[in-house]
Design a protein around this ligand. Structure first.
Ligand code: PLP
Length: 386
């Protein structure tokens, strides 16, 4: 099942298992082989396409890329050595010195640093916005960048409205949909020009690989692929094979992440040691209406504010026995972190408050364990400290 016509008519669980996989021919392996080769024979100079793994035309990389394109609903895709590589290659292929970017303020710290520190060295400026996209556009603006949902507050910007602004201005819209995965959000269906994922998270799903994906039109992927050839952040074929295996269970994992997080969010909201809960699937989330319209599930990411502030929250984290205290997200195991010590440590206390990151804010990537066990572990840690 590799043709785009097939892919368009299948559901995400079927695509996750089959898209881009081997054709069912007698004697062929059911699971595609892992081609570790760095280079490939050719007969004569100019004899068709030169195959070289850094060019991303290794068959194992191409198979995963086909699966990603099918899941994202785009004509083409490519895989990269990390989520940051995916974002960097997408942006570098779209801008040149003198150009301008408009980006959401609420972004993953690594993407913020890329926009604030690295791109300015190449003569590319960024204006950060809290929703006033049209006001920030300049004659030199070439790209708009947004995360849906955002890190760490799970804000859900109105993607179709942002896409309309981008289209009117003739500007490319790059959407990082890592927190949703293509199962909860197909950003290209809502107007994204380029969809970026950190495949380290939900797509891989097991905290055992680092990868990124870029999905877009064939022309755009060709362009980003050319940039990648020069910068070289290719995904190792071994990691690509693990990624393909992880993707096969993406839809069932996401269904469980959605269910567990919704239950845990409601339970935490009623807990006396918790001041507030952040979850887009709940009616008290500021973007609940947009989330209900845009997302196919509330997602596996939630946040909560421990009464008493950062020190008390840290003490709670130290007492957890089942929930794992680690940065990153999107894996089968529940991972807990405090953004003020991880992704948003570069911000001042004042900036964090301004962004809505309250003292005592804990981010949870809810895994696929039995939710009653997660509740029991959290309850014991909260009761011991609060
Ligand atoms: N985008 C988002 C939303 C992230 O949370 C992260 C990492 O946490 C990245 C991109 C970067 O991904 P990677 O660590 O695979 O480079």
């Amino acid at each position: 099942m590799t043709g785009p016509r097939d892919a368009a008519s299948r559901g995400p669980s079927t695509l996750a298992v089959h898209a881009g996989g081997p054709e069912p021919e007698a004697g062929a392996p059911v699971v595609g082989p892992v081609v570790h080769a760095a280079t490939f024979f050719y007969a004569e100079e100019g004899d068709g396409e030169l195959r070289y793994t850094r060019y991303s035309n290794n068959p194992t990389l191409q198979a995963v890329a086909r699966r990603i394109a099918a899941l994202e609903g785009t004509p083409a895709a490519l895989v990269t050595g990390s989520g940051m590589a995916a974002m960097a290659m997408a942006l570098l292929s779209l801008v040149r010195a003198g150009d301008h970017i408009v980006a959401a303020r609420d972004l993953y710290g690594g993407t913020s640093t890329l926009l604030r520190t690295e791109l300015p060295r190449l003569g590319v400026r960024t204006t950060f916005v809290d929703g006033q996209w049209a006001d920030a556009l300049e004659a030199e603006t070439r790209v708009m960048v947004v995360e849906v949902p955002s890190n760490p507050l799970m804000r859900v910007p109105d993607l179709p409205a942002i896409a309309a602004t981008a289209r009117e201005a003739g500007v490319a819209l790059v959407v990082d949909a890592t927190f949703a995965s293509p199962v909860n959000l197909r950003a290209a269906d809502h107007g994204a020009t380029v969809v970026v994922q950190s495949a380290t998270k939900y797509l891989g799903g097991h905290s055992d690989l680092t990868a990124g994906t870029v999905a877009a039109s064939a022309e755009m992927i060709e362009r980003i692929g050319r940039t990648m050839r020069s910068f070289g952040p290719v995904l190792d074929p071994g990691a690509a094979a693990r990624l393909e295996r992880g993707i096969k269970t993406l839809a069932v994992r996401i269904a469980r992440h959605n269910d567990n997080a919704a239950i845990l969010a409601d339970w935490l909201a009623d807990h006396p040691a918790v001041a507030s809960v952040v979850y887009p699937g709940r009616a008290d989330h500021p973007d609940h209406a947009v989330a209900a319209r845009l997302l196919r599930g509330g997602g596996g990411m939630l946040g909560f504010v421990v009464r008493g502030g950062d020190e008390v929250a840290l003490a709670v984290l130290r007492r957890l026995r089942l929930l794992r205290v680690a940065p990153s997200l999107g894996s089968v195991e529940t991972l807990v972190s405090m953004p003020r010590y991880t992704s948003h440590t570069a911000l001042s206390e004042e900036e964090r408050l301004e962004r809505g990151i309250a003292p005592g804010y804990v981010r949870v990537s809810v895994g696929v364990e039995d939710v009653a066990d997660l509740q029991a572990d959290l309850d014991a840690a909260l009761a011991a400290v609060c």
